[in-house]
Design a protein. Structure first.
Length: 131
């Protein structure tokens, strides 16, 4: 099993609760989240744009402008990739990336990177990295 993910989605998955998504999109996120929980050694291809979690995005399905294609999201992907020392286009084990996340991400680093994100502002993921 191989799943394609963009770098910042590793952070989103840590706080995913199934809220604030369309039913179709929530089902997609829930399925992928469950697959990764059940198979932590799944192969992950690092994407440089939309990924398997994006496939059911209502905005992308309707060819509407999506906040996820904005430059700021691409910059966030680059920052997360750098912090986790992962390379776009390469394949990693999900468990390997989780270990990197545990080593480097704190509540403060999470806030620094994500505080302007709509999900953060709504309070949906602020507790992802509490220790």
């Amino acid at each position: 099993m191989k799943i394609t993910l963009r770098p910042h989605h590793f952070l989103c998955l840590q706080g995913y609760k199934g809220q604030n998504y369309s039913k179709t999109q929530a089902n997609s996120w829930s399925k992928i989240s469950q697959k990764l929980e059940q198979n932590p050694d799944a192969d992950i291809l690092i994407a440089d744009s939309s990924d398997d979690l994006c496939k059911k995005c209502p905005a992308l399905l309707k060819n509407e402008k999506s906040r996820c294609i904005e430059q700021s999201v691409n910059q966030l992907d680059s920052k997360v990739a750098e912090i986790l020392d992962i390379t776009k286009g390469k394949i990693y084990k999900y468990s390997e990336i989780l270990e990197k996340i545990k080593k480097v991400f704190t509540k403060e680093k999470h806030e620094q990177l994500c505080s302007d994100c709509a999900w953060w502002i709504k309070g949906l993921c602020r507790d992802s990295f509490k220790k």
